[in-house]
Design a protein around this ligand. Structure first.
Ligand SMILES: Cc1cc2nc3c(=O)[nH]c(=O)nc-3n(C[C@H](O)[C@H](O)[C@H](O)COP(=O)(O)O)c2cc1C
Length: 226
């Protein structure tokens, strides 16, 4: 019997952005499996523009320290802009709803600026995940098509993590330190950092760190023409 549709359904429906991990690393064989799945991602003209750096162990701990220092020194230098105040209407509403669901689950009140900042800083130590994949790309034209390809790669990677018993979280915030990361890892300026994916084994003893933030209905997102 072919059980592939069930496995696909389970992986898609159970995936959650995970913000607490066990320290146990994934084996390099398992990471290789995920990378092989992700490599099957389609792309514009089959350019396969992803250039991925996987950082683990000592190198990852050193990177976390460097990121926290860069944050302290105000050295944010993203390759691509990102400002949540650009969201409008329903998009701003969805952002606020997601943030309040998350904060409620974690017991962080909206007024507690310090706790919210602490929570934000957890991004820079990869939410305790033992690995991070940093998704770099070459820069062509206005970058939109290439970024689309990287997004597709990321989703294949995230679903493969789940199918292999792992969990992950995409993190735009890591891209705010593009220059710092390039310098620390010796990466050429030719490659721009879109975002990172921290990953490992989810800590299921922290259920508030893997929550369902909900989705709009299909009728909010899809228009049928016939
Ligand atoms: C490209 C991308 C970047 C993201 N960046 C961050 C981030 O920097 N920090 C974070 O905590 N979550 C980040 N997220 C996670 C989103 O908040 C999350 O995907 C969304 O709320 C839906 O929740 P779910 O992934 O659990 O379904 C990012 C997600 C995507 C797709």
């Amino acid at each position: 019997m072919n059980d592939a549709p069930t496995r696909f359904f389970t992986a898609v429906r159970s995936r959650r952005s995970t913000r607490q991990y066990l320290t146990k690393p994934a084996t390099s064989e398992l990471i290789q499996k995920v990378l092989e799945d992700a490599q099957c991602t389609p792309s514009n003209c089959n350019t396969q523009p992803w250039m991925v750096h996987i950082v683990s162990g000592k190198a990852q701990r050193a990177l976390a320290q460097t990121l926290l220092l860069a944050e302290e020194l105000g050295q944010q230098k993203p390759d691509f802009s990102f400002d949540v105040s650009d969201f409008y209407g329903v998009y701003a509403e969805r952002h606020h709803s997601m943030a309040s669901t998350r904060n409620n689950a974690a017991g962080i009140s909206r007024e507690d600026v310090e706790a919210r900042r602490e929570d934000m800083l957890r991004n820079l130590s990869f939410y305790g995940a033992p690995h991070v994949a940093l998704l770099f790309m070459p820069s062509f034209g206005d970058n939109v098509r290439t970024a689309g390809d990287i997004g597709m790669y990321a989703q294949t990677f995230l679903l493969s993590l789940v199918a292999n018993g792992l969990a992950g979280i995409p993190q735009t915030i890591l891209g705010f330190y593009a220059d710092t990361i390039r310098r620390k890892l010796g990466i050429s300026d030719e490659f721009k950092l879109l975002f990172g994916i921290s990953f490992g084994y989810a800590d299921h003893d922290a259920p508030d760190q893997q929550i369902d933030v909900g989705r709009a209905t299909i009728s909010d997102s899809v228009v049928f023409h016939s």
